[in-house]
Design a protein around this ligand. Structure first.
Ligand code: 5GP
Length: 127
């Protein structure tokens, strides 16, 4: 089964400039902006500009150039915001929800970069 991309999703509208975002960094193939409902002092979303539904879609079908650009953008954002996990930073969590079981709300690939506080264990028990 093919991945089906919804051109009307909110991040597609951000990419088309139809609704505003608060960009942190823009590159040839990627855009990073602050989450509208931050869950931590640092909460940035990194998205590819291409029409990819989720990480597995992107990993399987994006070009090498898009994948390199996206991955480097995640690294650059971590460093820019001081949440890299080196000797100078306190680390962060990257989350890429996908599909129904991943409880993905916006069907355009986005990696959440969360940091700036202790985040606790990765998963809460399912309710
Ligand atoms: P998901 O559950 O799909 O992984 O996360 C979607 C994220 O997108 C949520 O954290 C939500 O706050 C964020 N979000 C939804 N709509 C907007 C928007 O219009 N602008 C921004 N900056 N973030 C949004």
């Amino acid at each position: 089964m093919a991945y089906v991309y919804d051109e009307q999703n909110i991040f597609a509208k951000i990419l088309r400039g139809e609704i505003p975002s608060n960009p942190v960094l823009e590159t040839e193939h990627s855009l990073a902006f602050n989450d509208i409902n931050p869950q931590a002092p640092v909460h940035v979303l990194v998205i590819p500009k291409g029409p990819y539904v989720c990480y597995d879609h992107f990993a399987l079908e994006a070009s090498d150039a898009e994948i390199v650009d996206f991955t480097r953008t995640v690294g650059r954002i971590c460093k820019m915001l001081g949440v890299q996990a080196d000797a100078a930073g306190d680390g962060c969590r990257l989350i890429a929800n996908a599909g129904a079981h991943g409880v993905q709300e916006v069907p355009h690939l986005h990696v959440h970069i969360l940091g700036g506080r202790m985040l606790g264990r990765m998963l809460a028990p399912a309710k």
